[in-house]
Design a protein around this ligand. Structure first.
Ligand SMILES: NC(=O)C1=CN([C@@H]2O[C@H](COP(=O)(O)OP(=O)(O)OC[C@H]3O[C@@H](n4cnc5c(N)ncnc54)[C@H](O)[C@@H]3O)[C@@H](O)[C@H]2O)C=CC1
Ligand SMILES: O=C(O)CCC(=O)C(=O)O
Length: 529
């Protein structure tokens, strides 16, 4: 059945066409995002949810989203999505980090110009029949200093445009390298220096615990008298009350906000303040940007739902469309190794070591590790997938170690997974053959070559004559058909392992009889999907 996607915000219709062209059923219900009850009622039907900012993907919505695999944000900010809850349910959250960056940077520059020349107030006055030439004295921006708080995608485009307008640009961004600052032509400074030197300050960070109220009364006190503040990033970066007070007393020459603490901002303490300019979160609202983000999000969601390719996810390593088919058999192998070890582990797991040898070490091992942990935790937890597995392992204190090495031994490439518990370390290794099927090649240091079927018996035994005959007879006498039979041993007469694929689940009473077969040390039934 084709995957189903709900578009619950006003996305460009181009997105609907892409879903349709790629064989995905897309319901375009742009008002549902604002209707929490309706969204809650229908979300369970969908594999994908495409949104802008109106839809709030809360814990409650996620709990009701029984089939949801991906949330695609046509835009940058994902503060309307509960990412930890989505991750815990194995739902990928992706955005389109570049599609609306130019448009938003242009909006910030427009807002700077608008506030510097009081254009909105001058426009209202002129159109009301007044001709107040002396009331609207503006400021020139040439040779003025612009301070960027945040110099990522949007901040750096703003810097480029501002330099083109002959401004000097300072940037405060702890993650900006000196080399990048130099190549952008901006001067990297600390926040206090930026506040003291800038004539115009523009905010371009996400809203985090560190950036909330980054522009508060203390910060404003450090600014030049008559400085201007622009916020086209997120409401809450500036303390609205402090900005209002600073505008009223003339400490700030003007402020221009596209974003507010409460949105939609039908009322706000700043409204009506002299030289305050506002727009209703229009930063990304150009036809070009909306077309870009809608196309990008639809393509990304289709790639994931149809081929498992992951781009621009915030809670999962990327897997390109080209590598997805090559990676797929190794994802399967990693998951099988994890599942094998997970089903044999009966005490708390302290750590997992993953060794990637040969060609597989050049692949996207982060994704393979996520698959291995998925397999490992599946026998222990109800729902776990490649998105939620790493976080679930971390929450449970399972230390994950990845080692990449050159080819060693007989196999061109292999993955070895070692589970560390309080009592022991158990390792299992596997490879992918030319037929694309995973094989187990070593268990606890014992070599073998076994394909894993749906129903398997894992038997440890003494390598003694008669064992195979007795085991086969016991299975046959109890109506259990053997599909494949694989043996391995450390040395003649030493410890041995037997992996048997059987055509169905082995009943409990038969398991007890198998345990009683001579030379059998342990029998365990393993299930694989
Ligand atoms: N008004 C609108 O319609 C739109 C608003 N936005 C918002 O614009 C903001 C920036 O977006 P992008 O540039 O794409 O993000 P980005 O992730 O590319 O850049 C953010 C920058 O902020 C920096 N940063 C993080 N913490 C910081 C801190 N404590 N102090 C200073 N810098 C810090 C980061 O190092 C990074 O360079 C986001 O909040 C985004 O949601 C984005 C698009 C449209
Ligand atoms: O979709 C929108 O209009 C808002 C864009 C935005 O804020 C973002 O991309 O972070």
């Amino acid at each position: 059945m084709a995957p189903k996607v709900l578009i619950s915000d006003k996305l460009s219709p181009a997105a609907v066409q892409i879903f349709k062209d790629r064989g995905i059923d897309a319901d375009f219900l742009p008002d549902v995002g604002k209707n929490k009850e309706k969204l809650l009622e229908i979300i369970g039907q969908y594999d994908g949810l495409a949104i802008r900012s109106a839809t709030k993907v809360t814990e409650k919505i996620i709990a009701a989203a029984d089939n949801l695999k991906v949330i695609g944000r046509a835009g940058i900010g994902v503060d309307n999505v509960d990412i930890p809850k989505a991750t815990a349910r194995g739902i990928i959250v992706m955005n389109t980090p570049f599609g609306n960056a130019i448009t938003t940077a242009e909006h910030a520059i427009s807002m700077m110009m608008a506030v510097a020349r009081q254009i909105p107030a001058a426009d209202a006055s002129t159109q009301s029949g007044k001709w107040e030439k002396s009331r609207f004295m503006g400021r020139e921006i040439t040779d003025k200093t612009l301070g960027l708080v945040g110099c990522g995608n949007i901040g750096s485009i703003v810097a480029d445009r501002a330099i083109g307008l002959k401004m000097r640009v300072l940037a405060y961004d702890p993650f900006l390298t000196p080399e990048r600052a130099m190549s952008l032509g901006v001067e990297k400074v600390e926040l206090n220096e930026l506040l003291e030197r800038a004539d115009f300050i523009t905010l371009h960070t996400p809203l985090t615990d560190k950036t909330r109220n980054i522009i508060n009364a203390d910060a404003i006190a450090k600014m030049k008298k008559g400085a201007y503040l622009i916020n086209c990033a997120r409401g809450g970066l500036a303390d609205e009350k402090a900005v209002k007070a600073a505008l009223d007393e003339g400490k700030l020459g003007g402020a221009a906000f596209d974003v507010f603490v409460e949105e939609p901002a039908k009322e706000n303490i700043l409204f009506g303040t002299s030289n305050f300019v506002s727009t209703p979160h229009l930063g990304a609202s150009t036809s070009e940007a909306q077309e870009n983000v809608a196309l990008q999000v639809a393509e990304q969601m289709c790639d994931y739902l149809l081929h498992g390719a992951v781009r621009n996810a915030l809670n999962m390593p990327s897997i390109s469309a080209e590598e997805a088919p090559k990676l797929a058999p190794f994802v399967r192998l990693a998951e099988q190794l994890g599942s094998f070890a997970g089903q044999l582990t009966e005490t708390a797991i302290q750590g997992v070591k993953l060794e990637y040898a040969g060609a597989v070490s050049e692949m996207n091992v982060q994704a393979l590790t996520a698959a291995a942990i998925t397999g490992l935790l599946t026998p222990l937890l109800q729902t776990v997938n490649m998105v939620s597995a790493p976080i679930l392992a971390k929450e449970r204190g399972v230390k994950v170690e990845e080692i990449r090495r050159e080819k060693q031994g007989a196999y061109e490439t292999y993955i070895r997974l070692t589970v560390i518990t309080e009592r022991q370390e158990r390792s299992v290794a596997g490879t992918v053959f030319a037929d694309g099927k995973p094989r187990i090649i070593q268990v606890k240091g014992i070599n073998m070559e076994a394909e894993l079927g749906q129903h398997m018996l894992y038997i440890t035994n003494e390598d003694k004559p008669g064992f195979i005959g007795h085991l086969g007879m016991e299975l046959g006498n109890n109506g259990v058909n053997i599909a494949t039979f694989n043996l391995g041993r450390l040395a003649p007469g030493d410890d041995a392992i037997c992996l048997v694929e059987v055509d169905g689940r082995v009943p409990e009473d038969v398991m007890s009889r198998l345990e009683a077969v001579s030379h059998v040390k342990q029998v365990k039934a393993l299930e694989f999907q």
